[in-house]
Design a binder for this molecule. Structure first.
Ligand code: GDP
Length: 455
């Protein structure tokens, strides 16, 4: 039995100029004919203007462009039809309910179109994930990464690694089958060398500072400092709108407020946290605890100091700047202090010090330029660099592959060819799971549940 034909609104739910309803499966062309009676079926890949009629009532639902693709030359690899409707709720609802009354058709589940594309061999799993990433992309660099991955950049890399492992397995198995004929030593050496190179490539790929994942999900910044240092003012300046409450009463930002920004094409999530200080107030203490937690998890900390904190920066604030993963903002320079030479940055060694005034805007452009460069460094590799893993799923499988590969290399001569081959098979399987070449049935629900309906 063939799969049922599925249909869904593929464009967003809001009122719009155009809404696209997409169908995929053996019944797609018939459904198109049923809703467009009395007119010929358009040729594949040629748009045609048609009256779309509700077959139950004979009501005109819309006058719309329709289009069809014949499998396998379609997104899903199946027959596909599309209605490009006027994007009003009554039009869309009328067409969806008319389709729902046709036998053999049912509404699509989240990600089902892309899932079928994967199952029909139109794309591998990394490409399917890239479709979801492209739909979610909010910045230019996210779009670039998703498009590269959709074109197969990551999948090709992993498939190349898997093929090299399969070649090595063949070699090791040959030594099992032909043990008596003593394969030349150099061939065995060369096979080991090639695998050591591969292990190095996997390590370098993993050792990218999670750039690809950061670009996908956002670089996390935490604004930290004493109450009233100017964190909220700075956040509002960054966000260009009143996102946090700015007030002259200390301790107003008790929870963590997040603002999403696009800095140089990289998505950034800035968290404004409660001012760090001792407090008797239980709610404020909780806010301080959350701020410390944010500081721990942030990719980059923005420590905001005001003249009262200089030059003897308190130890708890100094600790936040200690590991070089921070920018120190000397705020309120309009009040004087920095030029007077009272600030000595020596006790904040390794930190980038940036004098500015969140109030007058002095120094803010230079700070933003620094920050943008820093954020791009955290999320982007250099030009022409190999693609990066974009999901924890990739990373876990690659770590598993590397572990098995290293076990194979470590025990190469003393553990026997059978065990070596088995380790190499485990490594190849781990990588195959990333692209969906091997046993991924159990993974599919997890991966495609990320999608929205109609994709
Ligand atoms: P937060 O508690 O760290 O979030 O501090 P706020 O952003 O609420 O700012 C506390 C006070 O400092 C407010 O009255 C701000 O207007 C003021 N402030 C913030 N930045 C500056 C600055 O650069 N210069 C001056 N003079 N005042 C500032």
């Amino acid at each position: 039995m063939t799969d049922p034909t599925i249909f869904a609104l593929a464009s967003g739910g809001a009122r719009a100029g155009v809404a696209v309803v997409r169908l995929s499966g053996g019944g797609a062309a018939d459904a198109l004919s049923t809703l467009c009676p009395g007119a010929s079926l358009p040729a594949p890949r040629v748009a045609a203007l048609r009256d779309v009629i509700d077959p139950a009532t004979g009501d005109l639902l819309d006058r719309a462009l329709v289009l069809r693709f014949e499998g396998p030359a379609s997104f899903t690899g199946e027959d596909v039809a599309e209605f490009h409707l006027h994007g009003g709720p009554a039009v869309v609802e009328g067409v969806l309910s008319a389709l729902g009354r046709i036998g053999g058709l049912r509404p699509a589940e989240a990600g089902e179109f892309t899932r079928r594309a994967f199952l029909n061999g139109k794309m591998d799993l990394t490409q399917a994930e890239a479709v979801a990433d492209l739909v979610d992309a909010e910045t230019a660099e996210q779009r670039r990464q998703a498009l590269d991955q959709a074109a197969g950049s990551l999948g090709k890399l992993y498939e190349d690694w898997r093929q090299r492992l399969i070649g090595a397995i063949a070699h090791v198995e040959a030594t099992i089958d032909f043990a008596d004929e003593d394969l030349p030593e150099e061939i065995d050496r060369a096979a080991q060398d090639r695998l050591a190179v591969l292990a190095g490539e996997i390590s370098a790929h993993l050792d990218d500072g999670r750039r690809g994942e950061r670009l996908r999900s956002g670089v996390h910044l935490a604004l930290l400092g004493r109450p009233n240092a100017g964190k909220s003012t700075l956040l509002n300046l960054l966000a260009g709108r009143d996102a946090a409450i700015v007030s002259e009463t200390a301790g107003t930002t008790r929870d963590v407020i997040e603002v999403h920004l696009d800095l140089g094409g990289v998505p950034v999530i800035v968290a404004d946290t409660a001012g760090l200080r001792d407090s008797d107030d239980a709610i404020e203490r909780e806010g301080v605890r959350r701020a410390a937690d944010r500081a721990d998890r942030a990719d980059l900390r923005l420590l905001v100091l005001e003249p009262g904190d200089w030059p003897d920066v308190p130890a708890d604030l100094r600790a936040l700047a200690a590991d070089g993963n921070a920018m120190v903002l000397l705020n309120k320079v309009d009040l004087g202090g920095v030029e007077g030479g009272s600030f000595d940055g020596a006790d904040l060694e390794g930190a980038v010090l940036r004098p500015l005034s969140a109030k007058t805007g002095d120094g803010v452009d230079a700070f933003l330029a620094d920050l943008t460069a820093r954020v791009r460094g955290l999320a982007l590799a250099g030009a022409g660099a190999a693609p990066a893993p974009t999901r924890a799923r990739h990373r876990h499988a690659l770590e598993e592959a590397r572990t098995s590969l290293e076990a194979a290399l470590a025990g190469w001569s003393d553990r026997g060819a059978e065990l070596t081959a088995e380790d190499l098979r485990l490594a190849a399987r781990a990588i195959g799971r990333i692209t969906g070449r091997v046993d991924v049935e159990d993974l599919l629900d997890v991966i495609f549940s990320d999608f929205c309906i109609g994709k």
